[in-house]
Ligand binder design. Structure first.
Ligand code: ZN
Length: 164
């Protein structure tokens, strides 16, 4: 049973690696930014980008040497550099594996803060959002809708940290 599930996951990873090159979930540009830039030169992929509001998530998954303020500055610089190359940047926000367990206020704070990072720091008006693990609930989708964001559901994609 377990081996069957593992096989299924492995197949899904291969399918994403095969068909997902044009869409990247960017979660660790502080570690794999150079690799991503090389990939983007070739594929011009659309990037769904993690924002400073997910500092804790990125830190626990990948590790961050910088403090939150430095990390925000680093993200800003990096995203502006790929925006300059004509790459389409959209939002990627990790709420929780169980978004219904978070308060409305917390979800609103995370989504709004990511949206504001795009608007104020990157000067980009985002049109789409992909929630981490595709985990969203009615509240999250309502908040996104209020900001004029289309919630993108499951699709083929790769991660920047797969490029390592
Ligand atoms: Zn993600």
């Amino acid at each position: 049973m377990v081996s069957k599930i593992i096989k299924k996951i492995k197949n899904l990873v291969s399918l994403n690696k095969l068909f997902g090159k044009k869409v990247v979930h960017v979660e660790a540009p502080h570690l794999f930014g150079e690799e991503l830039k090389k990939h983007l030169l070739r594929y011009k992929s659309k990037c769904y980008c993690i924002c400073p509001s997910n500092f804790e998530y990125v830190n626990s998954f990948f590790g961050i040497k910088e403090n939150k303020k430095e990390f925000s500055a680093l993200l800003k610089k990096y995203f502006l550099s790929i925006k300059d190359k004509g790459i389409n940047l959209q939002l990627h926000v990790h709420l929780s594996t169980f978004p219904e367990k978070l308060s409305f206020r917390k979800k609103e704070e995370m989504i709004n803060s990511s949206y504001n990072f795009f608007m104020n720091e990157l000067k980009i008006k985002p049109k789409e959002i992909v929630f981490g693990w595709y985990a969203s609930d009615n509240d999250a989708e309502e908040i996104a809708k209020t900001l004029g964001l289309k919630v993108i559901k499951e699709h083929f994609h790769i991660y920047d940290w797969w490029l390592k």
